[in-house]
Design a protein around this ligand. Structure first.
Ligand code: PLP
Length: 360
């Protein structure tokens, strides 16, 4: 095979060279447990706190509001289950959307089995929630609104500031799954009234198996992993020092290069979209035409199965995916494409590409 063309950065990204360089000493020399008291542990501890600051700065949060986890799925599970537990005295109603990642949707199903009621908001044909529908869904016993920042399949960006403002007017906690958005588009927890935010290292040029949950000070939630006193006793377990250093560095780089990256990715994306739409018959772009992740393109092709296109592309060395990586192998069409109103057969012929400049 001549050259690999990797267009599946929504599934995972390559670890950036600078990130890897920053991580390596924490496998080799600075391998101490950062919770230990001897001076050998101090460098590890300092580096973890520096990474926490880097991760916080990217979203305008305070350093002590960042809690490191083992990834986006854990952060999503923790946010929802812990809020449900901490606030069930106030109410048992949660609002989310039909196009969330399964880490949110299946956690909601789990909570429904435990007596919580969940409203799954519809989205419009571009994949946006409808603000009026959100307002109508709010009840006296609503404790949480969880809406993703940007969709992992179709790239649509949600009106976060507006959602957050509505949530706060009603004294409801606002969580956002920002795994696709963190480091890719500007996010600010204060301007957007975000109380909790999930992110994951491997979606922004950091390593896999490290994530974070931003929890606004004052939100009372308990630990999800019981054990040691790490992460202010809210998330036990020996720190994944190299992973933490990695997500911190990736966050720093993403913040520094964000404008430049957005410009480059948007230009590449527009080029791809224009040519696919003009040169291939029976094709449709899914997701919002402009309010979409700079690096995302998602197409539906009529009269052909998504899986068949993927196999043909693979033979050309092109990595793409249909729907989300987590559901590949299942024969069901994407829940996201069905939610934006595509008929089954068209949703089946879909392809997701995430166009990022080579070596982010
Ligand atoms: C990838 C992804 C997740 C899961 O993150 P992991 O770190 O892989 O567990 C959650 N939500 C969205 C939107 C994602 O894209």
């Amino acid at each position: 095979m001549s050259q690999l063309v990797y267009l599946d950065n929504a599934a995972t990204t390559q670890v950036k060279e600078e990130v890897l360089e920053e991580m390596l000493p924490f496998f080799r020399e600075t391998y101490s447990n950062p919770s230990a008291v001897y001076s050998f542990a101090q460098n590890g501890k300092k580096a973890v706190e520096k990474a926490r600051k880097q991760a916080a700065d990217l979203i305008g949060a305070k350093q002590e509001e960042i809690y490191f986890t083992a990834g986006g799925s854990e952060s999503d599970n923790w946010a929802l289950k812990a809020i449900a537990e901490a606030y069930e005295g106030k109410g048992k109603h949660i609002i989310t959307s039909k196009i969330e990642h399964h880490a949110i949707l299946y956690t909601c199903e789990y909570l429904e089995k435990r007596g919580f009621e969940v409203t799954y908001l519809d989205v419009d044909a571009d994949g946006k929630i409808v603000i009026e529908e959100l307002k109508k869904a709010i009840r006296k016993d609503t404790i949480l609104i969880s809406i993703m920042s940007a969709n992992n399949e179709i790239g649509t960006i949600q009106p976060l500031a507006e959602i957050g403002r509505i949530a706060h007017e009603k004294d409801i906690i606002f969580h956002t799954d920002a795994v696709q958005a963190y480091g890719h588009i500007p996010l600010n927890v204060d301007a957007m009234h975000i109380d909790m935010l999930s992110a994951s290292g491997h979606k922004l040029g950091g390593p896999k198996g490290i994530g974070l949950l931003y929890i606004r000070s004052g939100i009372k939630i308990k630990s999800f992993i019981h054990g040691g006193a790490q992460e202010r006793s809210r998330r036990a377990g020996t720190h994944n020092t190299p992973g933490i250093i990695g997500i911190g560095k990736a966050a720093e780089l993403a913040g520094k290069n964000m404008n430049e990256n957005i410009q480059k990715e948007t230009a590449l994306r527009s080029h791809l979209i224009e040519r696919v739409l003009s040169e291939i018959p029976h094709v449709k772009l899914n997701g919002h035409p402009t309010d979409r992740l700079p690096g995302n393109a998602n197409f539906s092709f009529r009269f052909v199965e998504g899986e068949s296109i993927l196999i043909l592309l693979d033979q050309l060395g092109i990595c793409a995916s249909s729907g989300s990586a987590c559901t590949s192998g299942s024969l069901d069409p994407s829940h996201v494409l069905l939610a934006i109103g595509l008929p089954h057969e068209i949703a089946h012929g879909s392809l997701r590409l995430l166009y990022l400049k080579k070596q982010l």
